[in-house]
Design a protein around this ligand. Structure first.
Ligand code: HSE
Length: 427
């Protein structure tokens, strides 16, 4: 193809970013020309940073996907089901290539869409769905095919990383920083997807599926977000030489692929501790490679639009190959749930009632479950007579620390539920 004709559905931050990029394409290094045939979004008249009046307007994304002029349907609407899924399936049915930034759609329906695309002989590409401007999908799928991957892990949600970084650096509240992340175009239309860990889980599941030739099974992915992380946790952890970040990973175990997302604490010397703001980072470990790490802007209009454009550029020479890079002779794995007997050190924060014996009741509850204290930090009580205590434990099992935390939550001397965050031992 010398010219690739796009139908763009979804004109939020990324859709508008893509239009801007198409309009200044002479600065890029595309193999040919990109034209916009038509656009579609929920509202035609919304205030946008780009002028869309020169493009054909479609009220309905699926009608745009079916339009005979369209070579490539670009889906930037979001949502795992509903109009986005319907329009993508229509596009494939009408033998259009599909480029999408929709991680929820790919994580929930990736293999079904893969089968439909392969049967129709079209390409389905989703570089922008994982880690925004960081080109990890193609690197994992293509460049690292010579590596037997054992772990793929990193920071996959820019909003959460921005939250934990900015709260600590500026002392601002969770709500204030989240509002800023929304204004900056990092957060999803529904930011609950970010802070619940769901967005990072979608991305981790996609990477794990590619890395381990595993059929996506999102029901096995364990997901914990940053909603319960307080400024107090970040500050106390900092004074104990730790940073707290939302970490996503897929690990190959004897039982299968374990995929999970949770806040993790790590020493300030840990490589991930220095990945701040809306940056994402992905480390791929495997044999005989060792490890490779890619870091860059994981959210925002420009970086994500550049990843969409990178996929479009590949479609000047379509290949109709498996979007996940799979072939029948590859060793197939399955997703499995993680185990609770994993041993680790943990960061535990509790709010103590400021009265005699409160600290003793805390250490007794930990001792009852065999959890031993490595470091302890207690602050003076605040106006409501609540005194924050942070502990770094010696190594213990996840099951033991969870049981100790439940016991603490039931004590009269402890206010609210304690915070328990695993510490990543890597230096
Ligand atoms: N809301 C996402 C994030 C955008 O914060 O990382 C990129 O997928």
């Amino acid at each position: 193809m010398k010219t690739v004709k796009l139908g763009i559905a979804g004109l939020g931050h990324v859709g508008c970013g893509l239009i801007e990029l198409v309009e200044r394409q002479t600065e890029l290094r595309l193999p040919g020309k990109v034209e916009i045939v038509g656009v579609s979004a929920r509202s035609r008249n919304r205030n946008r940073p780009v002028d869309i009046s020169n493009y054909r307007w479609f009220d309905d994304a699926a009608t745009l996907a079916e339009d005979p002029e369209v070579d490539v349907f670009v889906e930037l609407m979001g949502g795992s089901d509903g109009p986005a899924k319907f329009a993508v399936e229509e596009a494939i049915k009408f033998k259009k290539h599909v480029v999408t930034a929709n991680k929820a759609l790919i994580a929930m329906h990736g293999q079904s869409l893969e089968r439909q695309a392969q049967a129709a002989g079209v390409d389905l590409m989703f570089e922008a769905a994982v880690a925004g401007g960081v080109p990890i999908v193609r690197v994992l799928r293509d460049s690292l095919t010579g590596v037997s991957v054992t772990r793929v892990a990193g920071i996959l949600n820019g909003t959460c990383n921005y939250l934990t970084t900015q709260m600590l650096e500026t002392g601002r509240s969770y709500d204030a920083v989240l509002e800023e992340a929304q204004k900056l175009g990092y957060a999803e239309a529904d930011p609950t997807l970010d802070v619940s860990g769901m967005d990072a889980a979608h991305k981790a599941a996609i990477l794990a599926s590619i890395a381990f030739t595993a059929d996506l099974d999102f029901s096995k992915v364990s997901v914990k977000g940053v909603e319960t992380v307080e400024l107090m946790d970040l500050n106390l952890a900092d004074r104990l030489g730790l940073r707290i970040k939302l970490i996503a990973e897929g690990v190959l175990t004897d039982e299968g692929v374990v995929c999970r997302v949770a806040p993790m604490a790590m020493k300030t010397s840990h490589p991930l501790a220095r990945v701040n703001g809306a940056l994402n980072t992905v480390r791929v470990e495997g044999d005989p490679l060792g490890a490779v790490t890619l870091t860059g802007p994981g959210a925002g209009a420009g970086p994500t639009a550049s990843a969409v454009m990178g996929d479009i550029a590949k479609l000047f020479s379509p290949t109709a190959r498996s979007p996940f890079g799979r072939a029948a002779h590859h060793k197939a794995r399955t997703f499995v749930a993680g185990k609770s007997d994993e041993r680790s050190a943990f960061f535990l924060r509790a709010k103590l009632a400021d009265r005699p014996g409160a600290l003793a009741s805390l250490s007794e509850a930990l001792a009852a479950h065999g959890v031993s204290i490595d470091k302890l930090l207690q602050d003076s009580a605040d106006d409501s007579d609540v005194s924050p205590v942070a502990i770094v434990t010696h190594e213990c099992s996840r099951g033991d620390i969870d049981a100790a935390s439940d016991r603490l939550a039931a004590l009269e001397t402890i206010v609210g539920a304690p915070q328990v965050i695993q510490i990543d031992a890597a230096e």
